[in-house]
Design a protein around this ligand. Structure first.
Ligand code: ADP
Ligand code: MG
Length: 723
């Protein structure tokens, strides 16, 4: 057996297992070795039927018998009843609204049952336990009632069991057995450690072989912990190495020199009817300083919704388009500005026209549905529709100094004459690869400015944007009306509707955010009783706001349908927009001043803050109503911080603290494992991994001396590019 071998070469796999493994990204023996447990079961917390204590959570191994589905006559609810038994005795179990339970397990299956004991000590029962079919070969120890591995008859029973992430098709037990075989074959000793020995020593991290044993088969909790820390470090270290390489690549390229940038930026700022905020000035200064360096700028501008990122972008853009290309006495350098949606591209186009209307600059708009140019010969102060072919020609010959658009901008057919600055709005919506595509149009690499309103904790920013310098807009322009955020009890939703109606009467608009698209599956009693966007839109239209037009926006719609609805909302043809969290990024409708967020406790604070940001765009006082479904203590406290604070970065930090990064952002969004996401709570680890990665790349930019790290860094880079 070798690490690079295909798993199917050494394990007899049925098709369902094979496809389950593929789904988990497991192809080779090494992949299998690196498939880590999600958690550990400590045998001591398992118990047997004889020892049940009401009110405690227990895990039992045994069999189910006498399962019968029936209907409760009073509540008309479906119920399944039966018994669970192990060597020590039996206990009544029941499930409500899970009629499939009886057909899911057949009698004789060995199952693991997890649930909370109810009833009295002499007559306990367990309601709605989770059931996992363990395996036919598993034996139940008559003595302890605990599950034991029949293959390990003589060995002392381990006290900690690895539990692998649940997947249909492969059980946790399968993984335990399979990985045991890998250890027997000594695979862990054949793998090369990507973390250099000196680094491991400095941070007291176990080496790869040891850590693999510790993580899969720990003898005590401290082993598992040490191993998890090591693998978290390794993951962050590999990502940082990839970032450091990208940064080094950036810094090895040359960019267009931008003459008199500071002077031109000041000219522009003086033409704007309001003074820049201190934070905007600092960001502009950062950018202007980057323009004096020989290599392209690589900067992230991070600022809450409404903090005025567009002005910063416009100042930078202005400085660029007022510069001549080198060795030329006509023409200007060019700017490309890419937005994630057509609506946003259109809005930026309008903002730029507004900022530059008195300045002699040609601005183009290119989206999938058409092209425009400003200024227009026919409509004074406005833009004209032009053909794509015409626009392409003007971009290529340099007549269009600024091009704003969507993904349409990075198509092969678009070639700039002198692209000197690329601006990307909400960059995490674009992959790094798309960023590159934009950057590599033309011979000289353009300066790159990425902008985001996603408030993310510092550790995540350092990791994900490790290749970018960061400017923070941590100050809102003056004169913004302060937002009122209120938590509304489910029974008092009428209050929220009354307040929304008061806004609508004044001619304003409102959002209603729902946590899911469709009605929840009624078969799952534990499924969250979320109000679905579709049903809610219908209800609000018919029963609550019949005199207004209610629109619907959700992620399952095509981009075209979405754009159409957003346009209706933006044109005030629709007054109430019911949406899932897809509105999080990107809509800018200053006339919307109220937002109702259903199931508020299901969102992260940072996400709620971003949703709330949708109505912080005008001088009218905005109102945000949070409607939690349950009055859980934790979520109550969490939501209260939102009532008090309107600092997105602080909220992101406290959310990270309270819930962990995985819950905060959606597990897959950043292409990191749960282990890596968890590590984001550990500032010291992130800094250490970053420092070490930068040092390693400085000494060996191509990682010629560390093939294992080179491969992992490459993978980390590639995964991030798949955003
Ligand atoms: P962001 O893109 O960061 O969410 P915008 O750039 O769209 O924010 O700016 C939000 C609003 O604030 C715009 O209407 C803009 O004209 C205004 N604005 C920007 N900077 C200032 C400032 N320094 N003073 C007053 N208003 C400003
Ligand atoms: Mg913006």
């Amino acid at each position: 057996m070798r690490p690079a071998d295909d798993v199917s070469k050494h394990f007899r796999l049925i098709p369902a297992q094979l496809s389950a493994l593929r789904r988990l990204g497991i192809v080779t023996i090494e992949d299998l070795m690196r498939h880590f447990p999600a958690r550990y079961d400590v045998a001591g917390t398992s118990t047997n039927v004889k020892a049940l204590v009401p009110g405690t959570k227990v895990t039992l191994y045994g069999k189910l018998s006498g399962l019968k589905a029936k209907k409760l006559w009073k509540s008309k609810r479906n119920a399944t009843e039966g018994f669970f038994e192990d060597a020590s005795g039996r206990v009544k179990v029941m499930w409500f609204n899970q009629p499939y339970m009886a057909s899911y397990v057949s009698e004789g299956n060995v199952v693991k049952v997890t649930g909370t004991v109810g009833g009295k000590a002499d007559r306990p029962y367990i309601t709605n336990p989770e059931v996992e079919i363990v395996s036919k070969e598993v034996a139940i120890s008559a003595e302890t009632g605990l599950f034991t591995d029949p293959d390990a008859k003589d060995a002392p029973a381990p006290t900690i069991y690895a539990v692998y992430p649940e997947t249909a098709g492969v059980t946790s037990l399968w993984f335990r057995h399979a990985i045991e075989r890998l250890f027997k074959a000594g695979i862990e000793k054949l793998l090369i450690d990507p973390v250099p020995a000196d680094v491991r020593k400095r941070y007291n991290l176990p080496d790869l072989a040891e850590a693999l044993v510790y993580i899969h088969a720990p003898e005590k909790a401290a082993h598992a912990e040490a191993a998890r820390k090591r693998f978290a470090f390794e993951e962050i270290f590999a990502i940082q190495a990839a970032r450091a390489q990208e940064r080094a690549e950036n810094d090895s390229q040359s960019s267009f020199p931008i003459g008199d940038a500071t002077e031109h930026a000041s000219t522009f700022l003086e033409s704007v009817p309001f003074p820049a905020t201190g934070a905007q000035e600092r960001a502009i200064t950062d950018i202007l300083a980057d323009f004096t360096k020989p290599h392209p700028m690589a900067r992230l501008l991070e600022g809450d919704v409404g903090s005025g990122k567009t002005l910063v972008a416009a100042a930078a853009a202005y400085a660029v388009v007022t510069s001549r290309p080198p060795n030329r006495n006509s023409g200007t350098l060019q700017v490309a500005y890419m937005a994630p949606t057509e609506i946003l591209a259109g809005q930026h186009f309008q903002s730029f026209i507004e900022y530059f209307k008195d300045l002699p600059i040609n601005i183009g708009l290119m989206t999938g549905s058409g092209c425009k140019k400003f200024p227009s010969k026919v409509s004074k102060g406005g833009a004209t529709d032009i053909s794509r072919a015409q626009l392409l020609k003007w971009i290529a010959n340099g007549e269009i100094a600024m091009l704003i658009g969507t993904h349409a901008l990075i198509q092969k057919s678009v070639t700039f004459q002198h692209l000197a600055l690329a601006i990307v709005d909400e960059q995490h919506r674009f992959g790094t690869r798309q960023r590159r595509a934009l950057a590599h149009k033309g011979d000289t690499a353009p300066h790159f400015l990425s902008m985001t309103a996603t408030p993310i904790p510092r550790t995540l920013a350092l990791t994900m944007y490790g290749d970018l310098d960061i400017s923070l807009l941590d100050e809102l322009p003056p004169g913004r009306a302060k937002i009122t955020t209120k938590i509304i009890k489910p029974k008092e939703r009428g209050q929220a509707y009354a307040a929304v109606r008061a806004e609508l009467v004044k001619g304003r608009q409102a959002y209603v955010i729902c946590p899911r698209i469709n009605e929840p599956d009624p078969a799952k009693i534990n499924a969250m009783q979320a109000r679905s966007a579709k049903a809610e839109a219908k209800r609000l239209q018919e029963e609550v706001f019949p005199e207004y037009d209610v629109g619907l926006l959700h992620g399952a719609m095509t981009p075209k349908e979405r754009d159409a609805v957003m346009k209706d909302f933006s044109d005030n043809k629709v007054q109430i927009l019911v949406a899932t969290s897809v509105v999080e990024v990107g809509i800018n409708v200053p006339n919307a001043t109220a937002i109702i967020i259903e199931g508020a406790e299901r969102f992260g604070l940072a996400q709620l803050h971003q949703l709330r940001g949708r109505i912080m765009r005008s001088s009218h006082p905005p109102y945000c109503f949070l409607l939690p479904e349950s009055a859980g203590e934790m979520s109550g406290k969490r939501l209260k911080t939102l009532e008090k604070s309107d600092d997105g970065f602080k909220l992101a930090e406290s959310d990270l603290e309270a819930r962990g990064a995985g819950d905060l952002f959606g597990r897959r969004q950043w292409g990191m494992s749960d282990l890596g996401m968890e590590a984001l709570k550990n500032v010291k680890l992130i800094r250490a991994a970053r420092d070490e990665a930068e040092r390693v790349i400085r000494e060996d930019p191509e990682l010629l001396d560390n093939a294992a790290l080179r491969e992992r860094a490459f993978k980390a880079g590639a995964e991030l590019h798949n955003e």
